[in-house]
Design a binder for this molecule. Structure first.
Ligand SMILES: Nc1ncnc2c1ncn2[C@@H]1O[C@H](COP(=O)(O)OP(=O)(O)OP(=O)(O)O)[C@@H](O)[C@H]1O
Ligand SMILES: O=C(O)[C@H](O)CO
Length: 523
């Protein structure tokens, strides 16, 4: 078994044309090697988004002069560098930053999720850990992605460090998703508990991350530019790993180094929308009432350079490059896939059918009706950057294997009490969609994976499926529809073919949302 796996891994790296064998047995072996190739592509895409390579790409230090270049800006380092950070991927970012700039680093404070050091140690990811004599102090907190006392202590230590800086100093701010919960500093008299309750209520009632973070900013000393203001007159460089569609710097981790443009009316509108205005605690009303007139609120962030160093778009560009090197015609469809997972799954199912028909120009392929259905679904999903026309044109010209790439974060409305995550649920749903019609002379594989390596509350990153999924599952006594009805995709994939379709990377140390790969191999 182990030898077979090794052979498969080697085969997966072979040029694509060598993997497209004919004949039933050869096709089975070919199909396994291709699946392994796709799994490896997912892993190497994630590797390209790890903090180490991203920081090395974003920063360049001249060791002789101490000149630090970030984009087109230069900063003089001479024992004047300070570092703060908050977010799920910040431990590895801080380790990479200290590795690169350690000799100039005076002091640092970071706020990272509870248990992350032990998890990284356990996974043998030494590059994600700080060295024993690091100058960076680590706080762990925000269990369950909610602000808590530990995160509050971290936020106060970060504020204190920032407030002590002078015009000669440079503050490096490391930001990634999950940063909002890890940097709570409510404006008095709002208490941590009040902020926690309001955040939970807004999230439970379906507020978007833009809405949630607008409220968080209005109630925080550090969000919405507050951290940048605390650090003034020091120069501030923020290196940001984006976990929000479109990479809006003012939304990611609630933009602590971006001046907030929202006013009280925006906040009241949001609170009203989710039925929370009438029951607001007095403290929240007080802070909101002061917000517009408060002379201490930041108005400019001219001393700040905000740089996105990692994003879903960069991850997909990397996947595209790697897929093309393997011999695929690879096209990025969208980096903003959002919406209900059921509609997103229908979209990929129809897309596979329409693209498959164009690729093979097969008479039994998609009909005009399915083309129209796909267009309707696209309109309903409102995917602002979708390159559908271009992708389908590329498919027609491809004359060989095709890989359609997309990313974002669909949503799952939980109806059952099963175990799963949005990637495994999407994959399972797409598997079911693909099995609904004959696809013509084309092999299809769909993969959905979370770049953070943890899909919902499970140990898997995601899963991959083929059109035979439902029929093969039935031979094992597994009913796909029943698992879907209970949001039990993880249990399904653990049982199906002994878990062979699950993606297992372990916590990766990065987070640039999810990636979706749709592969089509014409026979
Ligand atoms: N049984 C389930 N089946 C499908 N999805 C689930 C299930 N349980 C939880 N989820 C989904 O998992 C998500 C929460 O998991 P996760 O922490 O990976 O996402 P997140 O909070 O968006 O964090 P990140 O952006 O870091 O991935 C929610 O979107 C939730 O709907
Ligand atoms: O921390 C947050 O606010 C979210 O992860 C979005 O960046």
């Amino acid at each position: 078994m182990a030898t077979a796996l090794q052979i498969l891994r080697h085969l997966a790296q072979a040029p694509l044309r060598l993997l497209l064998w004919r004949g039933p047995l050869a096709r089975l072996a070919s199909s396994m090697a291709l699946a392994e190739q796709v799994r490896q592509l997912f892993e190497s895409t994630v590797r390209a988004m790890l903090p180490g390579p991203l920081l090395q790409r974003a920063l360049s230090l001249d060791p002789d002069t101490g000149q630090l270049k970030v984009r087109d800006r230069s900063f003089q380092l001479q024992q004047n560098l300070y570092l703060v950070g908050f977010g799920k991927a910040v431990l590895g970012m801080a380790a990479a930053a200290e590795e690169l700039l350690g000799q100039h680093l005076v002091q640092g404070v970071i706020s990272v999720p509870k248990g992350i050091r032990a998890a990284m140690e356990c996974a043998g990811k030494q590059e994600m850990l700080l060295k024993p004599h690091s100058r960076i102090q680590v706080f762990e907190g925000a269990e369950g992605n909610l602000p808590d006392r530990d995160a509050l202590r971290a936020a106060l230590a970060i504020r204190q460090l920032a407030e002590g800086l002078t015009a000669d100093d440079l503050l490096l701010v490391l930001i990634s998703g999950g940063g909002s919960a890890l940097l709570p500093a409510p404006i008095p008299p709002v208490t941590l508990e009040e902020k926690q309750t309001l955040t939970k209520l807004l999230a439970a009632r379906g507020a978007t991350i833009q809405e949630l973070n607008t409220i968080r900013k209005a109630l925080s000393q550090l969000k919405g530019g507050g951290l940048a203001q605390a650090a003034y007159p020091a120069q501030v460089v923020s290196l940001i790993l984006s976990d929000v569609v479109g990479d809006p710097v003012e939304v990611i981790a609630s933009g602590p180094t971006v001046a907030s443009v929202h006013n009280v009316q925006d906040c009241l509108y949001i609170l009203n929308r989710y039925g929370l205005r009438a029951s607001l605690p007095r403290s929240v009303k007080t802070v909101l009432a002061q917000a517009d007139s408060d002379p201490h609120r930041p108005h400019t962030c001219g001393h700040v350079l905000n740089v996105i160093i990692g994003s879903n778009a960069l991850a997909l560009a990397e996947a595209q490059k790697q897929a093309e090197a393997l011999g695929y015609r690879a096209v990025v469809l969208s980096t903003a896939i959002q919406g209900d997972v059921k509609s997103v799954a229908q979209f990929y199912g129809l897309l596979a059918r329409v693209a498959g028909a164009r690729l093979t120009q097969h008479g039994a392929g998609a009909s005009v009706k399915e083309d129209e259905q796909l267009q309707e679904l696209v309109a309903q999903l409102q995917l602002p950057d979708l390159q559908l026309k271009g992708a389908l044109e590329a498919v027609v010209c491809a004359q060989g294997p095709v890989c359609l790439l997309a990313g974002g974060e669909p949503t799952v409305q939980l109806e059952g009490s099963g175990r799963g995550g949005r990637n495994q649920e999407l994959a399972l749903r797409v598997g079911a969609e693909l099995g609904r019609w004959p696809l013509g002379p084309v092999d299809v594989l769909f993969l959905s994976g979370g770049t953070d390596g943890q899909d919902g509350p499970t140990a898997a990153a995601g899963a991959w499926v083929r059109p035979e999924l439902a029929s093969q599952a039935a031979t094992e006594g597994l009913d796909v529809a029943a698992f879907l009805a209970h949001n039990d995709s993880h249990t399904f994939f653990c049982r199906f073919q002994g878990g062979a379709h699950l993606l297992h990377t372990g916590l990766t140390g990065t987070n640039v949302m999810d990636v979706h790969f749709l592969f089509l191999w014409p026979w």
